[in-house]
Design a protein around this ligand. Structure first.
Ligand code: J2J
Length: 546
């Protein structure tokens, strides 16, 4: 059955055959993998959730829970191909829920805990989601109230499942029932879930990943990172992000029969005691967090000696910072440059130290096709800068239900236009030099300027706005909104613009860090706002006027 694949372009048959023949796509599914692991080593610990009263689930328990929940979802009418928006923090139920959905053949849509009404309502309505899974509260935010609002706005949404006291909704703990099967077995080439793109447009695009392609990326990542049954992987970043999910991430650790330890917060005060107590061996961090961990690691009272490997990626990691991590944390460093659309590059455990601190790694697979091209899509000479295009066994061929955008974001022969400017070394390692896409990388969190501009434009005093990134020593970049007020409008404070964005209900990391009121934007020859011009105005250390 390919019913669930009809909403997005997939690999042409010749490529699919090639990837199968090469042994990349092995016909596994997530549900099947969990059953196999549970049969092979039922008593090994799969998941540790240390928040509050420490819980641990063995592989047999996780398998049993996922089966019962899958049966419960099916009994409530959740069907193969249905979309379910999952917005959970780093709790064990996150893993239980997604494996249950994998077994049903329903597609988790991975929202982030930081998302608010604007994003969630969009995900639910665009995907015609039938269910939405939330915590009751998280980080001081009332998710029950948000769920009620979203449910009212979204005709397709039949269920809200809550981890915790459910209010007017349904407790997740009331859903499971005797595992009578779901009456359906997903195929390896079916879609498994929809991952969020970093986005360059007014609304985030959804990335359709299949069991076959994603599991291949896990297997490749595990091999490169040395993940095995003894690995204890700490999920520090939000579990829904592609990086902590798959590079090698919690799914990689489970694929290998290792243990996933869920970290309730990313700060060293939370994470270091857990590393010590749970004997964590591996984790993944974005560069600003890696900086914080490096600072805190020097002279820490906590025993971090179990920590063997720290992956850093999601945004450019400076060479100077990279040089300091290993001595401070007493572990090895691996840089990772990946994307939810597919391609993931890692430095290798046997790379020399200079390569590890100065490059962002090389692709997982020999079948990852990487091109570095100029503005006319012509290959640049070896070692030159250019746009990174890629195609391969785990890089999607298009976004979900986005044919017009796909025509721009992919070449005719199926290469994904990453929007990244890279240089390739003689060893095939990539160095990320910059970006051509209209996206701001705020310490690994991606912000699409257009999305924020649309919201700021909704302010009655605003005539026009342009959101750009400005250099920031800690985050790499922060966001700055240049605002032109309507003629005759009363002067505003920057805080008024920020409040307007916050009140529209978006993730806090998208609220402009800086707001500056200007008379006009720099213009290009064709009269369109020049983001480049604005960026070059925005010098390092630039501060917004009071
Ligand atoms: C510079 N830019 C980087 C790096 C990502 C593993 C790791 C990261 C992601 C991720 C991921 C970078 N140096 N080391 O999914 O599996 C920027 C690039 C890229 C975009 C993708 C994974 N690592 N980037 O960050 O989908 O611009 O995935 O195109 O969130 O992040 O963002 P995202």
């Amino acid at each position: 059955t390919a019913f669930s694949n009809a909403d997005a372009p997939t690999w042409p048959a010749a490529f699919a055959e090639r990837y199968r023949a090469a042994g990349h796509w092995r016909g596994e599914t997530f549900g099947g993998v969990l059953s196999e692991r549970a049969a092979a080593h039922p008593d090994r610990v799969a998941v540790v959730d240390p928040a509050g009263v420490r819980r641990e689930w063995t592989y047999a328990e996780l398998d049993e829970r996922a089966s019962r929940l899958a049966a419960g979802f099916a009994a409530r009418g959740i069907s193969p191909g249905d979309r379910v928006v999952v917005q959970l923090p780093n709790v064990a139920e996150f893993i239980e829920v997604v494996f249950a959905l994998f077994r049903v053949g329903a597609l988790p849509v991975y929202a982030l805990p930081a998302h608010r009404e604007t994003e969630i309502a969009y995900f639910c309505s665009f995907t015609e989601a039938v269910a939405y899974v939330v915590p009751d509260r998280h980080a001081g935010f009332d998710h029950l109230a948000l769920a009620s609002k979203v449910k009212e706005r979204t005709p397709s949404l039949e269920h809200v499942f809550v981890v915790g006291p459910p209010g007017e909704h349904t407790a997740l703990s009331d859903v499971p029932c005797a595992p009578g099967g779901t009456g359906h077995t997903p195929e390896p080439h079916d879609l498994a879930f929809l991952q969020l793109s970093g986005g360059t447009t007014g609304v985030p695009k959804l990335i359709p990943r299949t069991h076959d392609d994603y599991i291949y990326s896990l297997r490749g990542s595990n091999e490169i990172c040395g993940v095995d049954g003894d690995t204890r992987f700490l999920v520090v970043l939000p579990a829904a992000h592609n990086f902590p999910m798959s590079s090698p991430g919690w799914l990689g650790a489970l694929y290998a029969g290792g243990t996933v330890v869920l970290c309730p917060g990313p700060d060293p005060a939370t994470a270091f005691p857990l590393v010590e107590r749970e004997r964590v061996t591996m984790t993944g961090l974005v560069p600003p967090l890696a900086l914080v961990w490096t600072e805190a690691g020097t002279g820490t009272e906590h025993d971090l000696s179990s920590l063997d490997l720290v992956l850093v990626g999601g945004a450019k990691y400076s060479e100077a910072a990279a040089r300091r991590l290993e001595p401070a944390l007493g572990c090895r460093l691996m840089q990772v440059f990946g994307m939810a659309e597919g391609l993931v590059n890692y430095t290798r455990l046997d790379d020399d130290h200079e390569t590890v601190v100065t490059t962002q790694g090389r692709p997982i697979s020999g079948d990852d096709e990487v091109r570095v091209v100029d503005d006319a899509d012509e290959d640049v000479p070896e070692g030159g800068f250019g746009h990174l295009l890629t195609r391969g066994p785990y890089t999607v061929r298009g976004y979900w239900r986005a044919p017009e955008h796909n025509a721009k974001a992919f070449t005719e022969d199926g290469f994904y236009r990453t929007g990244d400017i890279v240089r390739r070394t003689s060893t095939g390692h990539l160095i990320v030099e910059g970006r051509a896409k209209d996206q701001i990388n705020r310490g690994g969190e991606k912000v699409a300027p257009e999305e924020i501009e649309n919201i700021v434009l909704g302010h009655p005093s605003v005539h026009d706005v342009s959101v750009v990134g400005v250099a920031d020593a800690f985050l790499g970049e922060r966001t700055l909104a240049y605002v032109i007020l309507r003629e005759g409008a009363e002067a505003l404070r920057p805080a008024a613009i920020k409040r307007h964005v916050r009140e529209r209900g978006v993730a806090a990391y998208k609220i402009p860090d800086l707001v500056e009121f200007v008379e006009a934007f720099p213009q290009t020859g064709i009269g369109k706002v020049s983001k480049k011009g604005l960026r070059s105005d925005a010098v390092p250390g630039h501060a917004a006027p009071a």
